[in-house]
Design a protein around this ligand. Structure first.
Ligand code: UDP
Ligand code: MG
Length: 244
């Protein structure tokens, strides 16, 4: 059923990709389907990090299928990381709302109408997907990965009292002007960026809504979370703890 939206509202979806050639066609198809059904105006901005697997060529083919107004390509020459991918993507976004999600199908587009509804009901500045409340959950992770994620959330909850239940998740909706201000306020650029964004949002008194989501581990391709990211997260957390 087509939903009514404010005629001016437009959603820019930022999709950072690094070696996602198997996942990209399906995630884009699901996004196009979801937005076509809900009737909201949208664009998908693919920010490819110089993937050696030919993700960009796949993205170009998808652009030919769905149109240049719907699929926008803003690639970068090399792997510059997630934090800077969002900064790069938002520069080119024409929507007044920004949706950030992973391209590996861990974040299902079926939750997006719920994000939009939650945002509209309370005029939230940020709506954050949460795996740690209500019907939310994680599927397909081994014990070690679950422990790392839970542990990172738990320690951050204790140290920083952020007022959101999922700090390391990266499935979120932002008002564009709010996201600009948060990016300006954030110092970290790596994995810890997601967590810092929520902490800064609370500091700056932005309102945060939450939507329970199920996170399904990627089937194709490899996770980029490694020891370096974990060390970066702990450093970032301690820096935030010391400075906020
Ligand atoms: N990604 C990226 N640049 C990087 C690392 C990751 O664009 O340097 C993308 C990746 O393709 C995916 C998202 O960021 O769409 C999340 O990465 P990943 O799935 O590896 O992280 P995980 O889900 O394991 O935490
Ligand atoms: Mg992933």
């Amino acid at each position: 059923m087509a939903q009514k939206s404010s005629t001016k509202d437009k959603y820019s979806i930022l999709l950072p990709t690094y070696n996602e050639r198997e996942n990209l066609p399906l995630i884009i198809w699901l996004l196009v389907k979801s937005f076509t059904e809900s009737g909201y105006d949208y664009e998908v901005i693919v920010i490819d990090d110089g993937s050696p697997d030919g993700t960009l060529e796949i993205a170009q083919q998808l652009q030919d299928i769905y149109g240049k107004d719907k699929i926008v390509l803003k690639p970068r020459a090399k792997k510059l990381g997630l934090g800077t991918a969002y900064i790069h993507g938002i520069k080119h976004a024409t929507g007044n709302f920004i949706i950030i999600m992973d391209a590996d199908l861990s974040h299902h587009p079926k939750f997006i109408p719920e994000f939009i509804k939650t945002q509209q009901e309370n005029d939230y500045d940020v709506v954050s997907g949460t795996r740690y409340r209500g019907t939310g959950g994680v599927y397909g992770w081994d014990f070690k990965r679950k422990l790392i994620s839970r542990g990172a959330n738990y320690v951050t909850q204790i140290l920083l009292r952020p007022g959101a239940s999922d700090l390391t998740g990266s499935f979120r909706l932002y008002k564009k002007d709010v996201l600009h201000k948060l990016i300006d306020a954030c110092v970290s650029k790596g994995y810890v960026f997601q967590m810092e964004m929520i902490i800064r949002a609370r500091q700056l008194n932005y309102t945060i809504g939450e939507v329970p989501i199920t996170f399904v581990d990627r089937v194709y391709g490899e996770s980029k979370l490694g020891g370096n990211e974990i060390i970066g997260f702990v450093k970032g957390l301690l820096t935030l703890f010391a400075t906020t």
